[in-house]
Ligand binder design. Sequence first.
Ligand SMILES: O=C(O)CCC(=O)C(=O)O
Length: 290
Amino acid sequence: MAEQIYKSKYNQLIEDGFCVLEDVLDLPFLQELREFTDLQTAHMSQEEARAQKSTGSLIPVMNDEIFARLVAYRPALDTLEKLGFHDNKFSSGYVISKPPKTPRLFWHFDWAGWTHPFSFEKQPAQIFLMYYLVDTTRQNGCLRVIPKSHIEFNSLHDELSPAHTPELRAGQDMSLPEFQIRPDEVDVPVKAGDLVIGDSRILHAAHANETDQRRTVITLWFHPNFCDLPEPIQGYIGRGRRDPSEWCPELADELRALQPVYSGEVKPLEFIRVQLTRQSFEKGFIEVPS
Ligand SMILES: O=C(O)CCC(=O)C(=O)O
């Protein structure tokens, strides 16, 4: 891909909060991931499926070697560098598989470090790398985002309660603001193997899966320019890291190089799910709820 294209993708990520890089996963690996995740998600109990009707499966990636290969996947890491990011670190990720005939995913953002003013700067402290394993459309639950909501106040911020409550995950009350169709939302349909990169602060959701097939995405969280982040954020991201050789001995060195390690003395920021208001965007920070 030409340098100019990476530049425009980077600008889109910084200004709008997301971009799509086409055709990043090679076909044999994509097929392997499909087969593996189909088996994994086939074991989901009825009870779990009911409790997570809106999200679909939420299976952590750090137990299976195949996902270690995805985390250390060279074409994706090279893509981050070509976009202009350096010292890219990985913190965690999930297999999110929406079974057939499941409702919308609720509006939310993934970032939980809002108590630090850096959260209101343009540079992201956390980005998601999403690999959809099937082509996505409005019918099977493609991603929806509100452009610029990572950095600009959106009236939806005022309406959302802290994300990922059991009620939201189960999609118990589809009349909640979290399940609305918004006038400023855009669909992000992709081809299987494309890579969606998004700022973790962006408001995002997914359409219902109205088809008879699963729609699986693997979301990985990365932290670009880790060494340039404020220390309390480095400490927050670097907390409680496991030895990568327990996850994938063959890739332990590569995974270790991707681990966010903070060895300074500054107190780490607390992980906190909050409600954002216009005032927080205007002030550039939020009050910590006591
Ligand atoms: O299921 C999807 O399409 C989006 C997943 C998501 O919102 C997330 O990983 O934060």
